[in-house]
Design a binder for this molecule. Structure first.
Ligand code: GLY
Length: 425
């Protein structure tokens, strides 16, 4: 079986790495892939853009690809699934209508409101003055969201009125014509990724990621500096509620709108101090770097699960099985990220890190003259498992010690607040 993975991040390397654990998989093709997927046995990169649907379809048809797995939100929101399905290809990932759940905050909030799914109170504005006066009326803290894909930079949690108004002004100035202003809720954030075939849902292990660049969750937001799973914030009773009150009603609401959503429904949840889950956002894809922490614990063959979604037979699928223990993933970034950073620096120490029992998954890397070099802000992630979260985190940090590239930066507190009273490795 040949599987084509669309994307070039750590998430896509993790998907390829996991799929290749099955002997049924003859080959993984990554479009365009990264330096890590280029050096993985039975894995091949093809240099096409993720929005070159025609090129991707042609390649998949000529090469007998059985399944296309779409990683990033951009091609999903542009309709890659619709296009490839019209060419009779099997695709894991929602169609364009379904991807609105991530691509339009306004659409997603309205869907949640009409389906009675818990989400912070909100108002939608297409007029800057109206947004400003609403913000002044409501006071800070308050949340401002772009109504559109913004590569992780579309959300401002403003602690002052000035910050909130500046965020609205900046979004309108940068071409967004709709903003969502939302009540700021407190608590702890959890990522619950579920697989769905458009009818049933199967949640994966709950995970947590660290979005800020700095230790202690300080500084600007990033794509994610590390993650761990399972999150101890979600026990089986809470997961059952999340499935019953959030995930299943969302899939039902999508279906009631005529949307056949087959892929990942990623709920970014806030668990309030009272233990209530509320939806901050939905994403239409696997999380990055949550995927790098969840997949190492998955025992059920991933391709079986993905195909059960695309073939709409998830309700008959046996329970998903997981390895005991925990997994942690620490992202190593280029100096300057999430601002400007340099590329092209040689990366060393990956073999040594892997010999210690960790897995190194590439993100912003490329193979240049047989040498792996940096090629992005988030360069790679070191993922490790252990009997406990502390053990997983300690091994990830020990292995990360082996990795070198110019200006390497990583947070030293991944899993903090969960592993109080333990010293960092
Ligand atoms: N880790 C956040 C995201 O994937 O959107």
């Amino acid at each position: 079986m040949k599987i084509l993975v669309v994307g070039n991040g750590g998430r896509e390397h993790a998907l390829a790495w996991k799929l290749l654990q099955s002997q049924r998989i003859q080959q993984i093709i990554c479009i365009p892939g990264n330096g890590g997927t280029a050096t993985t046995p039975r894995c091949q990169n093809i240099s096409l853009r993720v929005d070159d649907f025609e090129g991707i379809a042609k390649f998949a048809l000529v090469n007998g690809v059985s399944l296309v797995v779409v990683g990033p939100e951009l091609p999903l929101s542009l309709g890659i699934t619709d296009y490839l399905q019209r060419q009779n290809l099997t695709v894991f990932g929602p169609n364009k209508a379904g991807a609105q759940i991530e691509a339009s905050k306004n659409w997603a909030k309205t869907l949640m409101q009409s389906a009675g799914i818990p989400t912070p109170e909100f108002r939608v504005f297409t007029d800057i003055e109206a947004a400003r006066s609403y913000i002044v009326d409501r006071g800070a803290p308050i949340v401002v969201k772009a109504d559109g894909l913004a590569a992780g930079k579309g959300v401002t949690v403003a602690s002052t009125l000035e910050e909130a108004i500046a965020a609205v002004e900046s979004l309108f100035k940068n071409g967004f014509n709709t903003v969502v202003v939302e009540e700021c809720v407190t608590g702890q954030e959890v990522s619950v990724l579920a697989l769905t075939d458009g009818i049933s849902v199967r949640p994966l292990l709950p995970a947590q990621d660290h979005k800020r660049i700095g230790e202690g969750d300080t500084g600007p937001n990033t794509g994610g500096m590390g993650a761990f799973a399972p999150s101890p914030l979600v026990d089986s009773a809470l997961m059952a509620r999340i499935e019953r009150e959030i995930l299943q009603p969302t899939v039902d609401a999508l279906r009631n709108q005529g949307i056949d959503y087959r892929g990942v429904l990623y709920a970014g949840l806030m668990i309030t101090p009272q233990g209530e889950p509320t939806v901050l956002e939905f994403n239409c894809r696997f999380g990055d770097p949550e995927t790098q922490a969840i997949l190492p614990l998955l025992e059920t063959p991933l391709e079986d699960l993905l195909l059960a979604c695309t073939e709409q037979r998830l309700s008959q699928f046996p329970p998903i099985t997981w390895k005991p223990g925990a997994a942690a993933c620490v992202v190593a970034a280029a100096k300057g990220y999430p601002g400007s950073y340099q590329k092209g620096d040689a990366i060393a120490g990956i073999e040594q890190a892997q010999e210690m029992g960790a897995t190194v998954l590439s993100a912003g890397t490329q193979l240049k003259d047989e040498q792996l070099v940096t090629n992005g802000g988030r360069v790679l992630a070191v993922t490790a498992t252990g009997d406990t979260l502390d053990e997983a985190i300690a091994l990830a940090y020990r292995a990360l010690d082996c990795i070198q590239f110019e200006g390497i930066y990583y947070r030293k507190d991944i899993g903090h607040g969960i592993r109080r009273n333990t010293s960092l490795a």
